[in-house]
Design a protein around this ligand. Structure first.
Ligand SMILES: Nc1nc2c(c(=O)[nH]1)N[C@H]1C(S)=C(S)[C@@H](COP(=O)(O)O)O[C@H]1N2
Ligand SMILES: [Mo]
Length: 200
């Protein structure tokens, strides 16, 4: 007679604690954290711009972005509200690909978004294969709640740096604090050094 072994069905493999930054816990949900309403964005009118301290500013349409080489990456993500999610799968265009040949002069970027959110990063944190403009999550188009049609993905920093509904990168010569950084959050936000707030 068939028996059901309760407690084993759906059990997940244990988490390697070395993958979880200090003060974080692992969640299997995908929480939504937005400072305002979720914009509904038509890809037909969507553009992505690189502008500011750059020799050749550029704007891509949605179709032009789709035509660029895409990468699928599996990364752990860490929110400053203390959840981490392991092995998330994203597809998008590497920021290296977008900046190639534009003659970037400034050393910092401000990601800007539909809805007005901004976040600042050193150029070094979005280049060298560490940041993407991501438009798929888990093999499906990115949900509007999670930043669709496209968001910045900078998984090695706290997730507030991964700007949802991103519309471009402003290249700057000096570091210009963004939305959360102006409200007291850390300028860089490295989860492994627990850079949550200014002064951490
Ligand atoms: N445009 C925009 N991007 C944003 C935010 C936001 O409010 N607006 N919130 C940030 C914060 S604080 C976090 S933790 C993550 C949350 O992403 P998620 O809702 O997909 O989990 O998005 C970041 N990007
Ligand atoms: Mo966050």
């Amino acid at each position: 007679m068939a028996r059901i072994t309760r407690g084993f069905v759906g059990r997940r493999p244990p988490v390697d604690p070395a993958r979880v930054p200090p003060g974080q816990y692992v969640t299997h949900d995908f929480p939504v954290l937005s400072a305002g309403p979720t914009p509904r964005i038509q890809t037909s009118s969507w553009t992505f711009a690189v502008r500011g301290s750059v020799d050749e500013p550029r704007t891509w349409s949605w179709d032009e972005l789709q035509a660029l080489p895409r990468e699928t990456v599996t990364r752990d993500i860490h929110c400053v509200t203390k959840w981490s999610k392991l092995d998330t799968v994203w597809t998008g265009v590497s920021v290296d690909t977008l900046l190639e040949g534009l003659g970037v002069r400034g050393g910092f970027v401000s990601a800007f978004c539909q809805g007005g959110y901004t976040t600042n990063l050193p150029l070094a944190d979005v280049t060298g294969g560490r940041a993407w403009v991501a438009y798929e999550y888990d093999g499906a188009p990115l949900d509007p709640e999670h930043g669709g049609p496209a968001r910045l993905l900078v998984p090695h920093l706290y997730f507030w740096k991964s700007a949802k509904w991103v519309r471009g990168l402003q290249i700057t010569d000096t570091d210009v604090p963004g939305f959360w950084e102006n409200l007291g959050y850390h300028d860089r936000g490295d989860p492994w050094n627990e850079q949550r707030y200014q002064g951490d």
